[in-house]
Design a protein around this ligand. Structure first.
Ligand code: C5P
Ligand code: MG
Length: 192
């Protein structure tokens, strides 16, 4: 099984690249952000709770996010692997993921981090906000908070996997096709 964490700040292209990678490697794409937006769209209790955090650019509590992620994985027992997009966002989530996969005799194959500079992230997110309908993409102060939260709470996840020699960096600037090629090179190395 291949279990990739596609890592990087908001706007780094995780979702865009994950959609292409699932076709190339026949994996299942799990975006926790998309799962939350689906719940919000249906106005479920989970969606209502998530919205109170997402609308401010804050993280949804770990217990909620981890539970949702486990349900999604457990509901798909026959896939050849997963691309986790937007998860884990905290070290606590990373530890929970490792433990969860371990309980299935599986593990994270690698974390691949897309690096993009802040100015470009902000302009990409504002641009996406014009069509995505996402309130958290349309307000610069919410975007800046998301980037702050990424730096304080999420970058330690890179260090966590880097210490285990499982983290790789990919330049996230350039065209979608260029970045895809870079990602495929790394995946072909780690997923052997
Ligand atoms: O991953 P994405 O950028 O789509 O996530 C959108 C929002 O969903 C985040 O800004 C955050 O509020 C919430 N989220 C979270 N925990 C995750 C993934 C997303 O709190 N693991
Ligand atoms: Mg995304």
């Amino acid at each position: 099984m291949i279990n990739l964490i596609l890592f990087g700040p908001p706007g780094s292209g995780k979702g865009t690249q994950a959609s292409k990678l699932v076709e190339q490697y026949n994996l299942m794409h799990i975006s926790t952000g998309d799962l939350f937006r689906y719940e919000m769209g249906n106005d479920t209790p989970l969606g209502k709770e998530a919205k109170s955090y997402i609308s401010k650019g804050e993280l949804v509590p770990d217990s909620v996010t981890i539970g949702m992620l486990k349900n999604k994985v457990n509901a798909n027992p026959d896939v050849p692997g997963f691309i986790f997009d937007g998860f884990p966002r905290t070290v606590n989530q990373a530890e929970a993921l490792d433990e969860f996969l371990g309980s299935k005799n599986e593990k994270v194959t690698a974390l691949i981090s897309l690096g993009v500079k802040d100015e470009e992230l902000i302009s990409r997110l504002l641009e996406r906000g014009k069509t995505s309908g996402r309130a958290d993409d349309s307000d610069e102060s919410i975007i800046k908070n998301r980037l702050e939260v990424y730096k304080s709470e999420t970058t330690p996840v890179f260090d966590y996997y880097n210490e285990k020699m499982m983290a790789r960096k990919v330049d996230g600037h350039g065209t979608i096709a260029q970045i895809f090629t870079r990602l495929c090179h790394v995946i072909d190395e780690v997923a052997v």
